[in-house]
Design a binder for this molecule. Structure first.
Ligand code: UD1
Ligand code: MG
Length: 429
């Protein structure tokens, strides 16, 4: 089916109380607008996003992620409102689906239901116990007759519990004809997209109500709504992952970015956070560990381990209070209390407790390269840039400032001095 999609994202979102544009607030790692675009892309290759408030910022964010989205600038001074947003928008195909940028929970299946059938307009409706704030939908003989905005409702209309969920699929030819005819003679002095319904009905066109899941169509308007949507999205992500074979010990305490992927048999213990487009393959992530934008392959991390962006662990054991950043560890053991940043560590090497790569001199970052079978003794500082070849021992407490070649021992320890009976002399006991 050929269908065009328009996503309305020009509104100010003042209830969000934020300097970040509403649609750029994130849910499970992606902006709300990106979630809407992802759902749209499953149906269409002609997607237009309508912008106005902080348009440049929103456009740049979307262009950094997608290459095939059209943008339309609403003239919101002259033509405010959802109908104003559609003025001047051109779409390619015979049906146009109009979405809102602040509905991140919408799924492909619901969108498909809205594009189905041969009505001139399909519109999304929900039955609510408390319809406050929504446009009320007047339905007769199972066809929509009119939408009346809350602020324009009379007493009887206010009682209507069937409301407009805000998404429509419209015959493009009709849409192009109706939009220029919209007027702003209403309580809010805005151009209402919803008025096209009455225009269609007056011309004898069919306007079909499609009953949709309230959960998916709830617009996010406040930070409370954002948190509510986040919980729903997390439940969906985790359910899907568990169905595909990931073990989660206590899923309510686990947070997983929607971009993360899992292969093989993975175990996530309680309190685990997986961020960014992390990739886990046969990984066991123990209690309260954080994985950010990294690959964890045939490895275990934690409890209380932190793997920061652009790390790759392979066949590796990382224990408690170990922080790894932008490092590749292959066949490594780092059991306790270490910082490994900007490093490459090879097969069979052991990193003792308290080892630190000193990767930053206050101006620049430098690399630490550690070869195979290297034993780095506890509490050593590896001052980068530094290279340690294969089969090397670094004695405990060493401050390493020079490269070490194959087979050697490096030791910078101050020799031990024993002063007999010093205690008794000092305290006079
Ligand atoms: C709209 C509907 C209402 C429906 C409700 C469902 C109209 C007139 N009313 O009301 O019947 O029950 O959605 O949530 O359409 N936008 C623009 N430009 C604008 C104004 C809004 O792009 O000038 C965008 C917003 O960014 C948002 C969407 O349109 O994504 C909806 O706007 P909003 O102000 O939330 O409409 P409501 O008043 O809630
Ligand atoms: Mg709204």
């Amino acid at each position: 089916m050929s269908i065009s999609i328009v996503i309305l994202a020009a509104g100010k979102g003042s209830r969000m109380k934020s300097t970040t544009p509403k649609v750029l607030h994130t849910i499970s790692g992606k902006s709300m607008l990106s979630h809407a675009i992802d759902a749209a892309q499953k149906l269409s290759d002609d997607i237009t996003v309508v912008l106005y408030h902080q348009a440049q910022r929103v456009q740049e964010a979307i262009e950094a992620e997608y290459s095939n989205i059209n943008f339309h600038m609403q003239d919101a001074q002259k033509f405010p409102g959802t109908g104003g947003a559609m003025k001047g928008v051109t779409t390619k195909y015979e049906k146009t689906l109009i979405l809102n940028g602040d509905m991140p929970l919408i799924t492909q299946n619901s969108l498909l239901a809205l594009t189905d059938g041969d009505a001139d307009i399909n519109m999304s409706v929900i039955k609510l116990d408390n319809p406050y704030g929504y446009g009320r939908v007047i339905i007769e003989n199972e066809e929509v007759k009119e939408i009346v905005e809350q602020k324009d409702c009379n007493e009887a209309q206010l009682e209507t519990k069937t409301v407009n969920a805000g998404i429509y699929c419209v015959n493009t030819e009709l849409l192009n004809r109706y939009i220029p005819l919209l007027s702003n003679e209403n309580a809010q002095e805005e151009y209402y997209l919803t008025d096209i319904i009455k225009m269609a009905v007056d011309e004898g066109k069919t306007v079909h109500p499609v009953y949709v899941e309230e959960e998916e169509f709830k617009g996010v308007n406040s930070k409370f709504d954002l948190a509510t949507a986040e919980v729903i999205m997390q439940d969906r992500i985790k359910k899907e992952l568990m169905e595909s074979g990931v073990i989660m010990r206590f899923p309510e305490t686990t947070y997983i970015d929607c971009r993360a992927t899992f292969e093989g048999e993975c175990i996530l213990e309680n309190g685990v956070t997986i961020l960014g487009a992390s990739k886990l393959i046969n990984a066991h992530i123990k209690t309260n560990s954080v994985i950010e934008e990294s690959i964890i392959e045939d490895s275990d991390v934690g409890p209380m381990g932190r793997i920061r962006p652009l790390s790759h662990l392979k066949g590796t054991h990382v224990g408690n209070f170990v922080e790894v950043k932008k490092s590749a560890l292959t066949g490594v053991k780092a059991g306790h209390l270490a910082y490994l940043g900007d490093s490459t560590i090879d097969e069979g090497s052991n990193i003792g407790a308290g080892v630190i790569t000193c990767n930053y001199d206050g101006k620049n970052k430098y690399k630490t390269i550690i070869g195979k079978n290297v034993f780095v003794g506890s509490d050593s500082q590896l001052v980068a840039p530094v290279t340690i070849e294969d089969d090397v021992m670094i004695a405990a407490g060493t401050t390493l400032t020079k490269d070490v070649t194959k087979g050697n021992l490096a030791l910078t320890r101050t020799p031990l001095k024993l002063v007999p009976n010093f205690f008794y002399k000092f305290f006079g006991k």
